[in-house]
Design a protein around this ligand. Structure first.
Ligand SMILES: *[C@@H]1O[C@H](CO)[C@@H](O)[C@H](O)[C@H]1NC(C)=O
Ligand SMILES: *[C@@H]1O[C@H](CO)[C@@H](O)[C@H](O)[C@H]1NC(C)=O
Ligand SMILES: *[C@@H]1O[C@H](CO)[C@@H](O)[C@H](O)[C@H]1NC(C)=O
Ligand SMILES: *[C@@H]1O[C@H](CO)[C@@H](O)[C@H](O)[C@H]1NC(C)=O
Ligand SMILES: *[C@@H]1O[C@H](CO)[C@@H](O)[C@H](O)[C@H]1NC(C)=O
Ligand SMILES: *[C@@H]1O[C@H](CO)[C@@H](O)[C@H](O)[C@H]1NC(C)=O
Ligand SMILES: *[C@@H]1O[C@H](CO)[C@@H](O)[C@H](O)[C@H]1NC(C)=O
Length: 664
């Protein structure tokens, strides 16, 4: 799932934080094997209806793990018609229910049986009638509206769509179920709709039955074994466009305008890349993607197995209106969603608190797979600057958490990075259809490390040992490199020394002389022999340490001058964020301050080129102008036929600065 508030950074689980600790665990005496579910939303109501009810029934096939008289499952908000509950044993004999009870705090419902249910036997629980209202907050089975332009009247008709969002712990609002990620079962879903509507779910449609009176019952094929939260279904009057096994469902005008084409093409390439990469074929024989009206959906997208739901704005692309960044966002979200079809759906974190594993893999896939699909976009390098550097900055914020405690940051990047770079299987697929704990992930990584024979890179420590510290420690390591120029020796100190093999997840500060040598080198035409990612990291770090008063400002300013000859988006983007986050960060503070009262530019030659009455803001502006002049001359301020994707991204990153600091 990608929460709506933050896209690339996926510092996501904030929203889930309060939820998890409140969740009560189900007793471990019963396991569902299969659900037969039927839903009938009353979509014939109009937008003016204050509520839209839906009716449902469920038959659960259950295996008893420990003898019990209680059948306890999750239920929230739903009304259950108690008299419609029936329980049968495995030879079809109806058993006596003596009481039912509902616990709103624990979000559980218990059916008490007269006789004990016996271990290893299977039973069938029927709830032939439950009902609820479609929610209006995008959780559970929810309603959304969109406007359809009516060519005859010229008006926008309001149309009702019903769709689901069951992660996290929201399946229990949609239907009675065992709503824990590790409790997996198969689902057979039916949706009853009226003429003019159609329905979709995780699996392909198997049959449609005409019920008479204008109602139709669509029944879908049985799903693979899966967690309840990844179930999905929707009823709408959308149209669809398909390509191979992919379909996109959206309002008819979007289909007509070919706004689905980019996502369809990207989907085909992404799934192929993932199948090749994991060596495991996609389990479901179709993949639908459903465009939810933006304002009704709380997430960017949700990776339900076989039926991804997206905010419309993330899925549909218009050649006329959309920017390079928009296309990139769609590409990244699709690859993240598809990545979750393997890690998340096929292999599922065992409990909500471990969802970081799934989020982490999803984030990694977002860039890794998208990089295969769009090899010229430098998405892996963008990953480093967007995600890793952002992770540093969020580490600085109050309340950074270790991974396993309702995580909020991306310390998980290094392990997956390391694993993927080594080209080994990402997930121990022995866990297929199962549920994973962090230790399972680490064991899988350990296998990858052993196979690649790179234990020495981990200082001979086990992945588990390292990750034990990593996922329960907040913060990031700072590496300080001090050179003794007399003896030529180098001292490297780190806050967490064991991490310094993790390329990309530490900051490096040097002594002044070393920085000056770097500046002397990077400002020559040989600058490209410093790896692109290192150039990006130097920029990020040098401005950061000055901002933190750990380095004199003339150092970053001098180093930044090399940008005059830089053309690569990755380095330019790192420079852009260094300007934004560090150099130009406190504009309101220095706006009115006279330059002579500040120290920032004291050691920097540019001070001689502006008049002595200049404010510090004028100085910073002059600096930006002097270093970015070449970049702007190279790119221009408006798009060109010859633009590459990265040219477009660079221009859109800097365009404000071009206007603000460089015009005139
Ligand atoms: C909507 O359709 C349901 C059957 O699906 C019917 O029972 C109900 O009366 C209809 N409501 C309206 C307002 O037409
Ligand atoms: C069965 O459920 C009822 C109602 O929730 C509860 O009072 C009772 O203690 C439960 N029995 C067992 C053995 O868990
Ligand atoms: C239940 O099944 C398991 C595995 O199939 C078996 O080992 C166990 O003996 C069975 N228990 C009972 C009480 O039948
Ligand atoms: C649905 O909404 C109506 C109107 O607010 C309310 O009377 C009814 O109890 C709700 N149904 C459920 C199951 O919450
Ligand atoms: C959509 O694509 C089809 C096939 O490529 C083309 O014939 C049609 O003109 C396009 N429609 C629009 C509105 O661009
Ligand atoms: C790791 O172990 C190998 C073999 O025992 C040894 O040669 C090497 O020096 C060790 N490396 C580290 C960093 O401890
Ligand atoms: C200016 O540079 C010198 C070394 O060249 C350094 O010692 C001093 O701290 C710097 N001053 C400021 C204000 O940054």
């Amino acid at each position: 799932m990608i929460p709506r508030s933050i896209l690339l950074v996926l510092v996501s689980v904030l929203a889930l934080k309060t939820v998890y600790s409140e969740i009560y665990r189900l007793p471990d005496n019963i396991k569902p094997i299969r659900y037969h579910l039927t839903f009938e939303p009353q979509l014939n109501l109009t937008e003016t209806s204050s509520y839209v009810p839906y009716y449902g029934s469920v038959t659960m096939e259950l295996t008893i793990l420990k003898n019990t008289r209680n059948i306890t499952f999750n239920k929230k908000q739903i009304e259950i018609d108690e008299s419609s509950i029936k329980v049968f044993n495995q030879v079809g004999k109806e058993l006596k229910v003596i009481a039912t009870s509902s616990n709103a705090v624990e979000e559980m419902y218990t059916v008490q049986m007269e006789d004990e249910l016996i271990k290893n036997e299977t039973y069938t629980l029927e709830i032939n009638n439950f009902h609820n209202n479609l929610s209006h907050n995008g959780a559970g089975f929810f309603r959304a509206y969109y406007r359809l332009h009516n060519e005859e009247t010229g008006e926008g008709d309001s149309r009702l769509v019903a769709a689901t969002q069951l992660h996290p712990a929201k399946a229990r609002i949609a239907f009675p179920c065992f709503d824990e990620p590790a409790i997996k079962a198969k689902f057979i879903v039916s949706l009853i709709r009226t003429e003019g509507f159609n329905s979709v779910s995780n699996e392909a449609l198997e049959s449609t039955k005409d019920l008479g009176d204008g109602r139709f019952k669509d029944t879908f094929k049985e799903t693979p074994l899966m967690s309840a939260y990844t179930l999905a279904f929707a009823v709408s009057d959308y149209e669809c466009k398909s390509l191979a096994k992919f379909r996109i469902l959206a309002k008819s005008s979007a289909i007509k305008n070919n706004e689905t084409d980019f996502a369809l093409d990207t989907s085909i390439k992404t799934l192929k890349a993932l199948e090749e990469y994991t060596g495991v074929n996609f389990v479901i024989d179709k993949m639908d993607q459903f465009a939810v009206p933006d304002e009704y959906f709380r997430y960017h997208a949700m990776e339900n197995w076989g039926l991804g739901t997206y905010r419309k704005i993330n899925l549909l692309r218009s050649k006329i209106h959309d920017s390079a960044k928009d296309y990139q966002i769609t590409t990244e979200i699709i690859s993240q969603m598809f990545g979750h079809q393997w890690f998340g759906n096929l292999v599922t974190p065992a409990w909500w608190d471990y969802m970081w594993m799934s989020v982490s893999f999803g984030t990694y896939f977002q860039y890794h797979t998208a990089d295969v699909v769009q090899p010229t976009w430098k998405l892996k390098e963008q990953f480093v600057i967007d995600v890793v550097q952002q992770a540093f900055r969020s580490e600085e914020e109050d309340g950074a958490h270790p991974l396993n405690s309702k995580i909020k940051y991306l310390g998980q990047y290094p392990p997956s990075h390391m694993m993927f770079e080594k080209g080994n299987a990402p997930v121990n697929l022995a866990l297929k259809y199962g549920a994973a704990y962090p230790s399972d992930l680490y064991n899988a990584m350990q296998e990858a490390v052993d196979k690649a024979n790179v234990n020495h890179l981990l200082n001979n420590m086990s992945v588990n040992e390292i990750m034990k510290t990593w996922d329960s420690t907040k913060g990031f390591p700072i590496v300080t490199v001090t050179r003794d120029y007399e003896t030529g020796s180098v001292t490297i100190t780190t806050a967490f020394s064991i991490y310094n093999h993790f390329k990309g997840y530490y900051r490096v500060n040097y002594d002044r002389e070393n920085w000056e040598r770097i500046i002397d080198f990077i400002t020559t035409d040989k600058f490209k022999s410093i790896h692109l990612l290192n150039r990006a990291q130097l920029l990020e770090d040098v401005f950061y340490f000055a901002y933190k008063n750990e380095l004199s400002w003339d150092i970053p300013l001098k180093l930044g001058e090399y940008i005059k000859q830089e053309r690569d988006y990755i380095a330019l983007a790192a420079f852009h964020s260094a300007l934004k986050n560090y150099l130009l960060n406190d504009e309101h503070l220095y706006q009115y301050r006279k330059a002579k009262d500040t120290f920032v530019f004291k050691n920097y030659t540019l001070i001689n080129t502006v008049d002595s009455d200049a404010t510090e803001f004028d100085l910073r502006k002059a600096y930006v102008k002097s270093v970015l002049g070449n970049v702007m001359a190279h790119l221009g301020t408006s798009s060109r036929e010859s633009d590459t994707h990265l040219d477009k991204l660079t221009r859109s990153r800097f365009i404000d600065y071009f206007y603000k600091y460089l015009s005139r």
